[in-house]
Design a protein around this ligand. Structure first.
Ligand code: ATP
Ligand code: MG
Length: 416
């Protein structure tokens, strides 16, 4: 109770004062009962959206047709959702209708898992727990509210959520809940990949990503949205999971660590785009996957490493090092010291600020044209590439007079 923010308590008080029922619901109740600080607090009430709007000075109609409004109170935003039940699901994705209810139990019964289907009134200190959520929380079980087969057939995302919660919380799937996953996979296949990805990312970033990935494989869910991983050999998949787990909890890094030994960069990019990641994240994953094999570069001389820095770009060096380290930790621990030494060399080379792009050359395109006595032409690009190669080999050459000399010699040698 002491941990519940003042604005939330104020909203609950005000609604009750007006004679409405009002509770905390969903994830925050689960987290309070586990002794974990909730990420956000959801309020549910018997008050209709218009009644909530009438109860507070400032209310934003965020999702009024679904019964959700945002109360602005002392500069804070509190989401209040009217108790509701859902009509039949006709497409495995969305209920055909939503009905507002005056009773909290109706609202709780549409929720996915027993541990997510509790309501708590911190004012009267009452827990509403019609489906045994508290018991399952203590037993560390993910169990569907009512029939798992029916609930998974209604909304194909729920099996994915079950596995996600198992990984995030370190819980077990209750047997009937687990057994209902394979037969409802055809419905899971219809779910928008964007929704699947959101759950997948939460699983991947959890401290038990490895366990979550194993469960995804065992239940058949993985095959649906990440066949590239599901279809790899058992040992390859095991190593990929271990690499993801060993990586820092950042989505591009963990996903790159997971995929690097199974696909090339371009394919990783396609996978990311298919899962509706933003283009920038997909591009990042492509670079990280393509260059992840640093254990193969430990014998490289400085020029080759500068070329690598140019291909990867300074911004992605640290993420790349993280991916490479995680892979080696999971797959070839004995090579770790070598890779860590290479990591230090790469950092030192970058810290020396060598020119890595044509923009950083001491000669501009115009300077190059003037030196060669030519106008805009493909030769300018050729000369630029020549100079870049020269400064990768010896960054000290990056001074205008020295580059001009180099260019003239190059031109003479080519007989241009
Ligand atoms: P997290 O802490 O990860 O946000 P959460 O429990 O708050 O966990 P949300 O996805 O934010 O999860 O959903 C909030 C609540 O809404 C859930 O606790 C659950 O009661 C209900 N819920 C969400 N998605 C579904 C669904 N697909 N089917 C049924 N109930 C759902
Ligand atoms: Mg939530």
């Amino acid at each position: 109770r002491a941990d519940i923010p003042r604005p939330i308590l104020d909203v609950l008080h005000r609604l009750r004062e007006l004679g409405f029922a009002a509770f905390l619901v969903g994830g925050c109740v689960r987290d309070i009962l586990r002794g974990v600080a909730p990420k956000d607090f959801d309020v549910a009430s018997s008050a209709l959206p218009q009644e909530v709007q009438g109860a507070f000075k400032k209310v934003i109609p965020t999702g009024i047709q679904h019964g959700t409004v945002t109360v602005v109170i002392g500069g804070n935003h509190v989401e209040v959702t009217t108790f509701r039940s859902e009509g039949d699901y006709l497409d495995g994705r969305r209920p055909s209708s939503v009905t507002f209810e005056r009773d909290i139990t109706q609202d709780l019964s549409r929720r996915d898992f027993t541990i997510n289907a509790m309501a708590y009134d911190p004012v009267g200190q009452v827990l509403v727990d019609p489906f045994g959520g508290m018991e399952d929380l203590q037993a560390h079980l993910i169990r569907c509210v009512r029939s798992p087969l029916e609930r998974f057939s209604e909304d194909g995302l729920r099996p994915m959520r079950a596995v996600r919660f198992a990984a995030v919380l370190g819980f077990t799937l209750e047997p009937a809940t687990r057994e209902a996953i394979p037969p409802t996979l055809p419905i899971f296949k219809k779910v928008a990949l964007e929704r699947v990805r959101e759950e997948f990312v939460k699983l991947l970033l959890s401290p038990r990503a490895e366990l979550g990935l194993t469960l995804l494989g065992e239940t058949g869910l993985l095959e649906v949205f990440l066949p590239e991983l599901a279809q790899a050999g058992e040992e390859a998949v095991r190593l990929a999971r271990a690499a993801a787990q060993a990586a820092p909890a950042e989505v591009e890094i963990r996903l790159a660590a997971l995929l690097a030994d199974l696909v090339r960069g371009a394919q990783a990019r396609d996978i990311a785009l298919r899962l509706k990641f933003p283009t920038k994240a997909a591009d990042t994953m492509a670079v990280l996957v393509e260059h992840a094999f640093l254990e193969r570069r430990t014998g490289d001389a400085d020029p080759a490493l500068r070329r690598l820095l140019a291909q990867v770009g300074p911004a992605l060096l640290e993420p790349l090092l993280a991916v490479a380290r995680a892979r080696v930790e999971a797959r070839q621990r004995d090579r770790l010291p070598e890779v860590l030494a290479l990591q230090e060399r790469l950092r030192a080379l970058l810290a020396a600020k060598p020119p890595l792009t044509p923009k950083e050359l001491a000669l501009s395109g115009k300077d190059i044209m003037a030196t060669l006595g030519i106008g805009p032409s493909p030769q300018v690009g050729e000369a630029t590439r020549f100079l870049m190669e020269a400064v990768f080999d010896a960054p000290d050459l990056n001074e205008s007079e020295r580059l001009k000399d180099l260019l003239r010699t190059w031109q003479a040698g080519k007989g241009v």
